[in-house]
Ligand binder design. Sequence first.
Ligand code: SF4
Length: 223
Amino acid sequence: MSQQATRTAATVRLRITEIFASVQGESSRVGLPTVFVRLTGCPLRCTWCDTAYAFTGGHTRALDDILAEVASHGLRHVCVTGGEPLAQKGCLALLEALCDAGHEVSLETSGALDIAGVDRRVSRIMDLKAPGSGEVDKNRYENLAELTAHDELKIVLANTGDYDWAREHIARHRLDQRCNVLLSPVAGELDPAELAEWIVRDRLPVRFQLQLHKVLWNDARGR
Ligand code: SF4
């Protein structure tokens, strides 16, 4: 570690809700054993949010302490999630340090904050919020131009109106030509089989996904 990196690890602090090992439940990394670092806080309030427990609380921890706990799990893949991780100033330093430590790093982000400063080694899994989330006005459309084949775009759908919205946005912004596009149903609101049928019917250039951790553990915290 360089002297600068050592100084950063000693001075950067982040508010952390939890760090745990599980299998990745979403994205093209689904099923891979992964360490999750969940940062506390989010400026959005999606109607279907399943991690509201991360809005507040948590513990403030030094970057080197976080890195040590991640390393203790002995896994290559690390997912930085939230909440909205980018809402914390130290998140960029955390991502860079995890990459420097040799991890394959992904970042789950709402799409409401600027992603341009994220280390290029990180795979950004960015949401585009559909109207059913109640947060469609928070989409930062400038982010779309930042996405590369190393990133993924996720749209969570609550109803048929969200599906039509997503289909129109995928075509208008040629999203499938930028990166993998993932469509997920909101659990308990949109029938997954129905969404799968719509995607096939319309020959949408996307990947259907169910959240694996919900199938396995019914979304229990820390799994
Ligand atoms: S952006 Fe994510 S953490 Fe924030 S309210 Fe929406 S779903 Fe929840």
